[in-house]
Design a protein around this ligand. Sequence first.
Ligand code: B1M
Length: 207
Amino acid sequence: MYQSIIDALLDLDEEKVIICVRQALESQMNAGDILNRGLIAGMDVVGDRMEKEEMFIPEVLKAAKIMGAAVQILKPLLTEDSSSSKGRIVIGTVKGDLHDIGKNLCAMMMESAGLEVHDLGVDISPERFIEALRKTDSKILCMSALLTTTMPMMKRTIDALVESGLRKTVKVMVGGAPVTQNYANEIGADAYAPDAGSAAKAARSII
Ligand code: B1M
């Protein structure tokens, strides 16, 4: 079943992906497994094909759109019900980077963990992160980066946070495919999470 989701995603067949996801749910498969072993595994193959120039940007965008539609079906099953907010966070993809699927998953899992999430979107400059932290009085800054070339923006944002005086009161969490615990330590982040589920848990434990 996971393979049919991957195949349909690679065929860019939205209808078939949706049907496969629904069928997987009907046969009692776990929503987290459908996400990780079907949709995310499929996007990994899309990435490999993109690297080998077997798939091009418009096709990758279409795959990302299909993934987004499928995640909407899984969303109620991936998230717990949360009535009261247990803290505020600001999240965004760093400046120069337009990847948002993983960041959106993090935001979704954090919301479901009871956090008030201020999602700024993609291509967010250090100044915009700082402005949002001030405006919302959030105590956690979450940054996502998918490109090795945009990872240094995380450090630039932390430096700007220090300059603004906010670093003493704001904890910083970083993540995204090329980001590692070592990199997080190197740039002085407080936390690193490899996936959306652990990002939500880490944010909760920081709060
Ligand atoms: Co881009 N892209 N892309 N792309 N793209 C990658 C990242 C790449 C690895 C593909 C490849 O070559 N194999 C490669 C990066 C190489 C590198 O830097 N080492 C790449 C490249 C090169 C590029 C362009 C430069 C291509 C070009 O123009 N020539 C360009 C850059 C544009 C820009 O950002 N300025 C580009 C463009 C795009 C699209 C716009 C077409 C599209 C993005 C659409 C969108 O996001 N709305 C796209 C896509 C879809 C991908 C791949 C195929 C899939 C990414 C994805 O959504 N994965 C990707 C290949 C890959 O990752 N295998 C690739 C699924 C998602 C759920 O995973 O985002 O990793 P991910 O999130 C995970 C974890 O990382 C974690 O949680 C999630 C799982 O639960 N996580 C966090 C994420 N953020 C977190 C934050 C946290 C904690 C955890 O705390 C705060």
